[in-house]
Design a protein around this ligand. Sequence first.
Ligand code: NAP
Ligand code: G4F
Length: 461
Amino acid sequence: MLKQKKITSEEDIELLKSHIENSSKGTKTFRYFEKRDFSVLQKHKITFLYFNNDECVGYGHLDTEEDNVWLGVIVFDGHNGMGYGKYIVKSLTNCYDGDILLSVDKDNSIALKIYKSLSFKIIKETEKLYIMKKSKKIKALVTGINGQDGSYLAELLINKNYEVWGTVKRNSVSETQSSRIENLRDNGLINLEYADLTDMASLISILSKVQPDEVYNLAAQSHVRVSFDQPIYTANVTGVGTLNLLEAVRMVSPHSKIYQASSSEMFGNTIDEDGYQRETTPMNPVSPYGCAKVFSYNICRNYRNAYGMKIWNGILFNHESPRRGTNFVTNKVVKAAVRISLGLQEKLHIGNLDASRDWGHAKDYVVAMWLMLQSEKPNDYVCATGVSHTVRDLCEYTFSKLGLDYKDYIVIDKKHFRPEELENLKGDSSKLKNDLGWVQEYTFETMLDEMINYWLKYYGK
Ligand code: NAP
Ligand code: G4F
């Protein structure tokens, strides 16, 4: 138990941290509170208490009450402001059991730093104090957490103080499989469980155990060209796999909100008259992958309507990053161009240079996923940059950044063409921007610059 004292050493900091973590469970506060006459406190508008060794050492009250906003002023009984408190009154509007509320002296920069590192946010300032709050952790389950998007989303959620769980599918080479999330895993920031979208029992098992508030279904056989080689496998994972997950949620965790990773590949070659694809554009998929994603998209809408399940479809256009698999065209081109510039490779074998894509950065797009699940009503949203480039533009920009002419190095290889090609993608994200305030940070160019720098550094330059 934490004694009331000034923080002067690392040891004190650790003690304080562990105390705060433990105190978020909340039971002690309520036990203590039951012994008191709650109505007396309410009468005086005392709405939070500060404890030390089970003794109430301070209290606070509200001075302003607005819908969904809590503002507090802390009044102390001989308390130095380094204590901790719990937000415990249930009678007032937006109260969360388990939230922790505390005050920090404005001149106590060490304490402020510690609490910020523990995800406390300043919700109010008085003349002498910062009033900070940490909310009960929200639990998220991310399928495909070790994929490109899964790794960025996990980082985003951790920064938002979520308890993050993820599924990985069994693979014979565990080292490379976890490379994108090694840091998070090794620092104990995520919880990993084996599961496979084709194995419903494994989904039921993890869902019953975690009971997540939010489920992000990012797992898929996500490569379009490969889906022509393995159409049935792709349909089983990328299509029926989603249904397995929905059924599992319906059975054992019906309160969970679900994000479904839908794709611009679902539109196929349909384009609205103004040249864009948007939520209302008809879907005419041109690959087994696209067909499987349309099934998932539709079954999500069906479960939303039929069972009132809280499911959002994010229709995301291509998004890339240094973590993109190197068999997707952006990272394949960037990696090869860097290797060529360093004399490590001679040629780049590539397919259709004329196809155009709307390429954004995965870091921006995982924010859109999260925003969707924070919105009031389940819905479908397109996420795209609204700018389109050809594969040729991609080669030209990347090679020229390295002082090379792409035409000297590429070899057109039939192997990389698809039996049916999706020629043009350009998305309209107005709905996402207007309804949820999504903004994109990266452009095509800044994204490619980041990828080029990543590979230069990787090869020691
Ligand atoms: P990714 O890097 O290929 O990641 C896919 C993840 O799914 C990996 O963790 C993979 O595990 C896992 N997975 C594959 N088969 C599975 C199975 N049977 N059971 C459980 N997990 C399985 O894809 P991404 O780029 O992050 O994309 C995330 C999601 O968004 C995918 O559903 C993708 O189809 C969709 N999407 C992507 C884009 C894009 O441009 N990136 C655009 C629209 C939609 P292993 O690595 O161990 O195989
Ligand atoms: O990078 P890609 O393989 O991505 P693709 O097929 O557009 O699919 C990606 O985006 C979808 C969203 O629209 C996602 F749903 C899907 O999961 C995936 O993330 O190919 C992009 C374009 C294609 O037109 C392809 O034909 O690049 C062309 N391309 C030309 N040469 C090549 C190559 N693609 C690959 N992968 N490799 C080549 O050598």
